[in-house]
Design a protein around this ligand. Sequence first.
Ligand SMILES: [Zn+2]
Length: 328
Amino acid sequence: MFSKFILNTIFLFSVLIVSAQTDSGEKMNINLIKVKNNIYMLQAKGGNIGLSFGNDGVFMVDDQYADGIEQIQNEIKKVSDKPVRFLVNTHFHGDHTGGNPAMAETGTVIFSQENVRNRLQDVIAKETKKISEEALPVITFAEDLTFHFNGEKIYVFHVHNAHTDGDSMVYFTGSNVLHTGDVFFNGKYPYIDIENGGSLKGYIAGLDRALLIINEDTKVIPGHGDVGSYKDLKDTIEMLSILYKRVNNLYLNNKTEAEILEMADLTKEYDDEGFGDGFIKTDAFLKMIYKEVSQEASEGAEERAAKNKEAMKKYKEIEKKLKEKEKN
Ligand SMILES: [Zn+2]
């Protein structure tokens, strides 16, 4: 039986740091950080894992890489001898879903937004990475889903075309903890996977949606980085919106990508705060914004051209009718 005493004792240690060997023999540090009540964040090599421990069992958000999952499973077992019953993938990237086959093997039921499963199926079909069918979520949803587990409602909701086209956030409503997946990189420029349906506009809209659901006391587990707050999300929205506007204005003033990349002042206040020190450097982030801005502009131009063509066609039809009238 799961002892409450053991649980409480372990919860006293808000941070447990261990070293473990991965399959490749590489040393992997695992940090298990108490976020609030029975909700923890596990940090190792990949995206942050969210965990809820309690009488119903373990609820997990994301599972990092295949070669680290055994150590992560062992770490979870140290806190609870109950099974991991449910796992939610916040999106399809390998640093968030690599552990899926190993988790499925232990009987964990995997959930995700439907596009995550579709993307993973594509990866399996292309055989670019050797992953098995067991990696696929078995239950998918279009918009949202609520779990009633460990004494609280866990609300999982899809945010459209943000980091990818299959992102979900997971909100532990009773504990007031939100796991954002990669729709939030705390204090760093985010990676936006445009090839797989992500967009900066959707990313900002996704964060806006999160702010409507949470409140100022909410603790936020980001996809990457340390635990953040409501204010951190708000500041991120502001940073993204400002940089988007700046790049868009420069683009409209016919500045090239190369010219924009040379403007150090453009991002200075954020670079000074270390936003460019993460996985995505300043240049890469600006290139990404530029790509989106220029794509939007060309889509807009195509739309206008199509409308002009349509108007011209109508004008010619009217002209033809008028001429026929004259003849009669
Ligand atoms: Zn990702």
